[in-house]
Write a protein that binds this ligand. Structure first.
Ligand code: ARG
Length: 574
């Protein structure tokens, strides 16, 4: 199945192409018709012609009689299209018969590396890790669904000078006690205590510095202690991932330490290429186009004056590995917006060194902050950043309470659905609130809003899905679906919305913007609601009933599959 928009867009492409090779028809949803092509305006400008004229010429050359019932030129040169009923019905029949709901596999299978989540060892996963983890995971699901070979890379912070202090603190606590603190998730306490000793105690500081040297020189006992720290943290991260329901496993771990052995080589190679400049004792590369606010060139420091390698060297090694060894065609860095300059500089230097050919697409999938209801960075009452795991637990508790209130209000109509549903609802609400905002914008973390059963929320969509499922549980009339026929305008609107699923997903993927899929699903749920109010589904007339059941079933499938691509579960009843 091609889908109505893709079909139309293909034919339009040919008609526009006759006037200018490669001209983009710019096909968009329309207020007045089903779709609208705006491409004639730009094309006319480039050709120095009247846009209405160009639009008319394109419309006349188009062969869409089997697809559209009407094609109209309007306004300054828009072309409006209304699909024909028979075409939409045929498309819906294909969609219903398609396991993939009309979503085509990508014409070329790419190897796509997605760098996301990347918490730091012995540090708490806080609300800041929510965005990267949830957005990255949704991207992985969507990329895999369209057939790409997805390589998740969890670039955890598992190396660096703080480990001297952390290891010494572990030694002081005793391994058993220390390990217990870490596996219980008291990472903030552990880190803070280490810091306190470091700041207060000169002897501890000395030992810590010595530890860093031992760690870097590969002392076996020190490495063993370091591994204890990493393993405990990783098992804690895994517990958070399990609660959150994300795809990441230990196989996806590729922490900073993975690249240790490659760092000297990175520097040597940059040197051999003549790219290194020694600045204040540090080895740097100055990629063109990056300046500070005084207009001076900015260095990417690959080796500090004390000989240590930093975050940038590791990232250069990582890029090289991803391109050369993992054979990535595309690399997504799902990292907060503040790291934009660091990443762009790494990409630029990697390109200068020839490690990042132009054929490989690297993209910083940036995102904004999570704010509290006071519109400042979300903080706990004590002023700490909020622990992610606490948020997840609270979400589930609140979801259970919201369900109980709802069951009371609706007079027990909704059976007590239990813990599993509360979990799906609570976690879904958090994920959906995050994914449904344009990722570049900050958003306010607001329990009441995200858990509401109305509006563009996770619970609303989950409830819409459950409600459609409930139609099929009514035993009195048959629940058999049949061919979809679009007699009523509300049926037609729902049919068209269903058929827009593949394009919504495609648009979401090309812009790495999960909020677009969210907006689509919300619109679909709202369109279904109107249909359901206006058209009785379980009518006596068999062919109408079967057609409406067919539309309903397709709605449930699209909602379920769309939510699952976002990493959100949809219970059948709630
Ligand atoms: N661990 C880092 C942090 O918490 C993020 C790592 C992002 N990925 C990367 N390749 N630099 O800030």
């Amino acid at each position: 199945m091609v889908g109505p928009t893709a079909e139309l867009s293909g034919r339009l492409g040919a008609a526009f192409g006759a006037l200018e090779p490669g001209a983009d028809p710019v096909l968009r949803p329309s207020e007045r018709a089903d779709r609208q092509a705006n491409g004639a305006l730009g094309l006319a400008k480039r050709l120095g012609r009247d846009p209405r004229d160009v639009a008319r010429e394109v419309a006349a050359a188009l062969e869409v009689a089997d697809v559209c019932q009407s094609v109209e030129v309007s306004g300054p040169g828009f072309i409006n299209f209304t699909f024909s009923r028979a075409f939409l019905e045929a498309q819906l029949a294909e969609m219903a018969a398609d396991e993939r709901l009309g979503v085509a596999l990508a014409p070329v299978t790419k190897t796509v590396v997605v760098d996301y989540s990347h918490p730091n060892v012995a540090k708490e996963m806080h609300v800041g890790h929510l965005r990267t983890t949830v957005i990255g995971d949704a991207l992985c699901r969507m990329l895999a669904f369209v057939g790409h070979d997805v390589r998740r890379q969890n670039h955890i912070g598992d190396w660096g000078t703080p480990f001297g202090m952390l290891i010494e603190h572990l030694v002081d606590l005793g391994e058993e006690q220390g390990a217990q603190e870490l596996s219980l998730g008291d990472l903030t306490g552990f880190y803070r205590q280490a810091r306190v000793s470091f700041d207060a105690d000169e002897a501890f500081r000395e030992r810590s510095r010595g530890r860093v040297v031992l760690l870097q020189s590969g002392d076996p006992e020190t490495l063993r202690l370091w591994r204890v720290l990493v393993a405990q943290s990783v098992s804690y991260f895994d517990a958070v991932y399990a609660k959150l329901g994300v795809l990441l496993t230990d196989d996806d771990l590729a922490g900073e330490s993975t690249y240790n052995d490659a760092l000297a080589g990175v520097v040597a190679d940059l040197d051999a290429l003549g790219l290194l400049v020694v600045d204040d004792g540090a080895k740097c590369v100055f990629p063109p186009g990056f300046t500070n606010r005084h207009g001076e060139p900015l260095p990417l420091i690959v080796q500090k004056s004390d000989g240590g390698f930093g975050y940038a060297a590791t990232d250069l090694a990582a890029i090289r590995h991803r391109v050369r060894d993992l054979r990535a065609d595309q690399v997504f860095y799902v990292v907060g917006a503040p790291q934009a300059q660091h990443l762009q500089m790494c990409f630029a230097v990697a390109a200068m060194a020839g490690w990042l050919p132009e054929t490989v697409d690297v993209e910083h999938v940036a995102f904004g902050n999570v704010l509290g209801t006071d519109h400042r960075m979300l903080k706990s009452r004590e002023g700490d950043s909020v622990r992610l795991i606490d948020l997840l637990d609270e979400a589930v508790d609140r979801a259970a309470a919201a369900m109980a209130t709802r069951a009371e209000a609706t007079d027990g109509e909704h059976p007590d659905a239990g813990d599993a549903v509360a979990r799906m609802l609570g976690i879904g609400a958090i994920k959906y609130a995050d994914l449904s905002t344009d990722r570049l914008r900050d958003y306010v973390f607001d329990w009441d809003r995200m858990l509401a059963f109305e509006g563009n929320t996770g619970p609303y969509l989950q409830y819409a899905h459950a409600r459609v499922c409930s139609i099929f549980r009514r035993g009195d009339v048959g629940a058999e679906t049949g061919p979809i026929s679009l007699d009523d305008p509300h049926e037609r609107a729902l049919g068209l919305s269903l058929l827009s699923f593949p394009e919504a997903l495609a648009e979401t993927l090309t812009t790495q913007s999960p909020h677009k899929l969210c907006a689509y699903l919300y619109d679909l749920a709202a369109t279904f609601t109107t249909f359901y109010e206006q058209c009785r589904v379980l009518v006596d007339d068999e062919s109408t009933r079967r057609s409406r059941l067919g539309l309903s079933q397709l709605t449930a499938r699209v909602l379920r599959s769309g939510l699952s691509l976002l990493g959100i579960e949809a219970p059948d009843r709630m």
